[in-house]
Structures are given as structure tokens and as C-alpha cells.
Design a binder for this molecule. Structure first.
Ligand code: 16G
Ligand code: MG
Length: 547
């Protein structure tokens, strides 16, 4: 960096003083916190993303301003790499360092050291491009300006404001752009509606009565965008509630996170909706859950179809298509199918998937870990119970399908199965979990099977479970195995947990330090709700005793 560049950095840095006493960390979902305290962080992540683009030969980087399912006064920022996936974990420590640098001088010196280590040089030409997206939070606009100033303070870097988007839209657009494809928001919508139509046309029985789907948009960007898409989805009767236009507050008593955690009806839904198929999106539309209000319910409770149930439905459908391929391919030479869950997956879902004969792998909590694991398969389906997930297709499998599609006789069962798989790979977001594309795939599969939401729910019955958070002096005292199913530290705590689990029929429990809050999380399940509650409570007491 030459002197003029340093001077310009120091000047722009002065605009965004760092708040006192705040320690920031680039966690599983980027930086998050009270929006009022985030300007300096967003500005600095703007610098980081420009440097990342320079480092990767001017590839386009994405910057998303969102705090997802958090309250509306929070905001956050995360970086999308050129593949459309999450920022490489190797750069996370640098993100932490610059976000916490206490003075402009320290910031500049950290950047200089990092550029030297990474061999990043900045020339005069345009050398970096960063695409910025934001959700509907009111604080998004001023944070966007901070990000733009951050990006532009790196010479030759260009920031492009892509407007209000869902998180998965921005990831999709960044991926498409770097693959040399058309990457506008319109292209995204067109891609969804074309592949959806293609799958609908391949449904074996026609003329089915299709009931209405009611979508809870969490008063956020997801409801807005699905509204824009609705016109081009002729085969879907869609009603959208909680769009944010009727005075509702983002994520307050609504949305996927609320419905999944509380298992109660979101605001805007009630007794008139008994038995209807309903879906909830989260605040930035990268999570999706389904639910219905049971007819015998006198309380607010809903029947929840969470990420595990969506995963099971997807797995069943994909497996059915693979089975229709000829014998040679059934052996899985080209089509290794795997599913990835976390320790939070309900035990009944794992049993169900195994009983389908599927290879079930476990990854650490956090999208990036599941995504990485799923990418090891030709078709890797991953989901967190909270509703974040997608299906990844390997390039070699897609090439295999394309060749088959050409060779096979049109209209044959095998040709149809191949065409369905190709359409799914186009529909479902390859960059990151996407509530909009996930919802369209669920709808197609239900129509394909001729199933109601109740019928889908019967695939298996969830084991009762309970989650508790425990505040401890230092959550890092808990260290787990890579799949988070067992605690390695504090020493001997796992033996004590195992002794508790043994007391319960179908008992299972684990502990892990949260990646987003200063707590240790406890998860327990067992054959009855009372037993799950009691197991969770005794494990929580062990955590308090050992930590
Ligand atoms: C973040 C993660 C989510 C994970 C959650 C766990 C992303 C985009 N989001 O929201 O996948 O389930 O953190 O939170 O990776 P916890 O560590 O506090 O339990
Ligand atoms: Mg989200």
C-alpha cells in the first residue's frame, strides 16, 4: 500500500469510530448485533470483501446485510465467496481482527500485514467487485453506505448495490455471475419458475385437486419476494400473510425460527386455518418449515414439519428417481447419494432415513459444515432441523445426467426420472439453503406423490425433545467431538451424561457451546415429553456442576 492509499484508508476509517467495550466475532453466520453498533464493523467487512476479490483475481464477492431471524433492531453482515458459499474459514480470523481493531492506525497495520502474508497487491486498474444486498431492516440503508465506503476505500474496488434481496438470492447471483451466467434478480426468478414448471409437467398423474398453501413471510423480505414470484407460478394456489405491509414487526411472533422453536401458531394464523398446509420463512428467507393446525387442538400448538421432515421428503423423491435409472447406475457408480444432518436431527428422522437405506452423515452445527460434507457426494442433501438446507449436485453427476438425457428415448420412465433430477438441480439453490426454492420443491413433490401435508407428516413420528440453554462462566470449557454428539471436556462429564441417558427409554442427549450466544446448549430426547424434559434438566445440572 502506498502513502496515498494509507491516507485515504485512515480518512474513511475516521468516519466509523469503533464502539467501546464491544467484542465482535465472525461466528457461524457472520457478525451480528445491535444495528446501532455495527457501522464500523460493516465498513471494515467492506474492506475485507474488496481484498478477498483482489486476492481471487477480481472474482465477484457478495456482502449481505441481515440479522436473519433476530429482532428487527439487530442487524448483521456476512460474506459470500465467489462460489456463492460462505466466506472461506481461513479468512475468519482476519475478519475478527479488523472488526476489533481499536484505532485507525491498528486497522491499517493489520491490513498491511495481512496483505503481505496473502501476497495481495493493489494496482490502478479495477481489481475488485463486491455485490451488496440487504434485507428489509430499516437500519440496512445506512449500513449499506458504510459497506460501500469500506469497499471503495480499497483502490480499484467497485461496490454495486443490488437492492433488497433474500440472503439466498444474493448467494445465487454471486455464484451465477462468477460462472459467467446471467445473474440478475429476474434471472433468479425465471430460473425458479421455469424449473418448477418443468417438474410440474413431469408429474405422473394430472388433474389433482391442489389445496391452497398459506405462507408466513415473517414480515420480512421472503414474503415480499415470493409475492413477486407468485404471478409466474400458475400451478400453485398461494396466500401470503405477514408480508410486513400490514404493520407486523419482523420476526415478532412470526417466522420459521419462532414456529420451529415454540411449536405454536404464528400471528396472523388461527382457528380458520385448521388443517391447512402452511409454511413459515425466516427473516432473510434461508430457512423454511411447514406446519398445520390440528383439528382437535384447543391450544395454540401446531404440528411442525421441520428441516428433518423436509430432508426426508426430498430424500425419498430423489431416491425414487435414482431407482428409475437403469441397473448399472443403481449401484451408485455415478450417483452416490448421501444425507447430512446435525446432532439436533430428531432421532426418528435418522432412523427413517437409515431405514430407506441411505448413507446418513453428521456434521457440526452451522451451514458451512453441513454444506462441506454434502459436497462430498454426487447428490448431497443437507438440512438442519431449523429448516436450513438444500441439495447439492456434483458437476460429474450433472454431466452424466445431461448425456443420459440426450441418449434416452423421450417419454420413457427413465428419461422422465433423469429430467426430474436435472430440473431439481436447477430449481434448488446450489449455493446455500433457500426457503423459496425449497418451498417450490416441497410443493412439487407433494403434488407428485398426491400427498396432503398430514400424509407427509406421517412419514415418521418425531421423538419428544427438549432444548435448554445454560449460562456458565466460560462456555469454551465445553469441547465436543466433531459431530458434537459427545463432550470431550470437561473430563468425565460425558460418562455422567451417559449414565443419565441410560435411565430413559430411547434417551439421547448432548451438550455443545453455542456459536452465537454466551451459553452452553443442552439437547435431549426420549420416548415421552416428560422423560425428555427430565433428561434435559439433569444434563443441564451436570453442565452447571462441571463448568
Ligand atoms: C447460525 C447458523 C445456523 C445454526 C445456528 C446455531 C448459518 C447461516 N447459520 O444461525 O446454521 O443452526 O447458528 O446457533 O450458518 P448456536 O450455535 O447458537 O446454537
Ligand atoms: Mg436466516
Amino acid at each position: 500500500m502506498d502513502k496515498t492509499h494509507i491516507a485515504s484508508l485512515l480518512k474513511s476509517c475516521d468516519l466509523f469510530p469503533i464502539p467501546q467495550g464491544v467484542k465482535l466475532s465472525y461466528g457461524t453466520a457472520g457478525f451480528r448485533g445491535d444495528a446501532k453498533l455495527l457501522e464500523s464493523t460493516v465498513y471494515r467487512v467492506g474492506i475485507l470483501s474488496a481484498l478477498r476479490s483482489v486476492k481471487l483475481g477480481s472474482a465477484t464477492i457478495g456482502l449481505m446485510i441481515t440479522a436473519s431471524h433476530n429482532q428487527v433492531s439487530d442487524n448483521g453482515i456476512k460474506v459470500a465467496d465467489p462460489s456463492g458459499g460462505m466466506l472461506s474459514q481461513e479468512w475468519e480470523p482476519f475478519a475478527d481482527q479488523i472488526a476489533n481493531a481499536s484505532s485507525p492506525g491498528e486497522l491499517v497495520s493489520l491490513i498491511r500485514q495481512f496483505m503481505e502474508k496473502e501476497e495481495i497487491t493493489i494496482g490502478d486498474k479495477k481489481s475488485a467487485e463486491v455485490w451488496l444486498g440487504r434485507d428489509t431492516r430499516p437500519s440496512g440503508e445506512s449500513l449499506l453506505r458504510a459497506a460501500e465506503i469500506g469497499v471503495s476505500s480499497v483502490l480499484g474496488s467497485v461496490a454495486i448495490d443490488m437492492g433488497i434481496l433474500t440472503t439466498p438470492q444474493l448467494h445465487w447471483m454471486v455464484r451465477a455471475k462468477n460462472k459467467g451466467l446471467s445473474a440478475t434478480e429476474n434471472d433468479y426468478f425465471e430460473n425458479l419458475s421455469t424449473s418448477f414448471r418443468c417438474l410440474i409437467d413431469l408429474i405422473p398423474v394430472s388433474g389433482l385437486e391442489i389445496s391452497k398453501l398459506i405462507v408466513d413471510g415473517a414480515n420480512g423480505v421472503g414474503g415480499l419476494k415470493i409475492g413477486e414470484l407468485r404471478g409466474s407460478l400458475s400451478n400453485l394456489d398461494l396466500e401470503i400473510r405477514n408480508t410486513g405491509r400490514d404493520g407486523g414487526v419482523l420476526n415478532e411472533g412470526v417466522g420459521a425460527d419462532f414456529v420451529q422453536k415454540e411449536k405454536v401458531v404464528p400471528l396472523g394464523f388461527g382457528s380458520n386455518d385448521v388443517g391447512m398446509r402452511c409454511a413459515s420463512l425466516d427473516g432473510d428467507a434461508d430457512r423454511l418449515v411447514y406446519f398445520y393446525i390440528p383439528s382437535n387442538s384447543s391450544s395454540e400448538k401446531v404440528e411442525l414439519l421441520d428441516g428433518d421432515k423436509i430432508l426426508s421428503l426430498f430424500a425419498l423423491f430423489i431416491k425414487e428417481q435414482l431407482n428409475a435409472l437403469d441397473d448399472d447406475d443403481k449401484e451408485g457408480k455415478h450417483s452416490r447419494l448421501g444425507v447430512v444432518q446435525t446432532a439436533y436431527a430428531n432421532g426418528a428422522s435418522t432412523d427413517y432415513l437409515k431405514q430407506l437405506g441411505l448413507d446418513v452423515a453428521f456434521a457440526k452445527t452451522g451451514v458451512k459444515h453441513l454444506h462441506e460434507k454434502a459436497a462430498e457426494y454426487d447428490i448431497g442433501i443437507y438440512f438442519e432441523a431449523n429448516g436450513h438446507g438444500t441439495i447439492l449436485f456434483s458437476d460429474s453427476f450433472l454431466a452424466f445426467l445431461a448425456a443420459k438425457q440426450k441418449d434416452l428415448t423421450q417419454g420413457s420412465e427413465e428419461h422422465k426420472a433423469v429430467s426430474r433430477l436435472v430440473a431439481v438441480s436447477n430449481l434448488i439453490n446450489q449455493a446455500v439453503g433457500d426457503a423459496l426454492s425449497g418451498l417450490l420443491l416441497v410443493e412439487v413433490i407433494l403434488q407428485h406423490m398426491g400427498w396432503s401435508v398430514q400424509k407427509w407428516n406421517e412419514l415418521y413420528k418425531d421423538l419428544p425433545s427438549r432444548q435448554i440453554k445454560v449460562e456458565v462462566p466460560d462456555r469454551t470449557a465445553v469441547v465436543t467431538t466433531s459431530s458434537e454428539t459427545e463432550a470431550l471436556r470437561p473430563l468425565r462429564i460425558q460418562d455422567a451424561i451417559n449414565a443419565e441417558i441410560k435411565k430413559y427409554s430411547r434417551g439421547r442427549a448432548f451438550i455443545r457451546p453455542s456459536g452465537t450466544e454466551d451459553v452452553v446448549r443442552v439437547y435431549a430426547e426420549a420416548s415421552t415429553q416428560e422423560a425428555a424434559d427430565s433428561l434435559a434438566k439433569s444434563v443441564a445440572q451436570l453442565v452447571e456442576g462441571f463448568c
